[in-house]
Design a protein. Structure first.
Length: 120
């Protein structure tokens, strides 16, 4: 059975890339969100198996949005997908309870590996 993915990113390009990369895999994108606020609202409605979360976005950033989702849904599986490839960012993601971190630019293998780990 396919895994239901909710993609959160304010970049249309990244949303399209993720869609292309996951096409034909066992991961099905069931929702796209452009902001942290949107993600928090949509999570309840969509109940995805996994969320990919950008960090730098207008308004609420992805770290705060992930923290909020995890507060409301401790079992949420969130993988950060960001160009903020720094130790303190990785550390913070881990602290709030994100299940993984994929650096941008990403490749299919990295993404799938992170998804598998997050869902295991
Ligand atoms: Mg962004």
């Amino acid at each position: 059975m396919s895994k239901r993915i909710m993609v959160v990113d304010d970049s249309r390009l990244v949303r399209v890339q993720l869609g292309d990369i996951l096409e034909g895999t066992e991961y099905e994108i069931v929702a796209y969100c452009r902001s942290g606020e949107d993600a928090i609202e949509k999570y309840d409605e969509v109940k995805p198996d996994l969320v990919t979360m950008d960090i730098i976005m207008q308004g609420m950033d992805g770290m705060d949005a992930a923290a909020q989702i995890l507060k409301e849904h401790p079992d949420a599986r969130i993988v950060m997908v960001s160009s903020l490839a720094y130790d303190d960012t990785y550390e913070m993601a881990k602290t709030i309870g994100a299940k993984g971190f994929v650096d941008k630019p990403f490749h299919q293998e990295q993404l799938i590996r992170a998804f598998e780990q997050a869902l295991s």
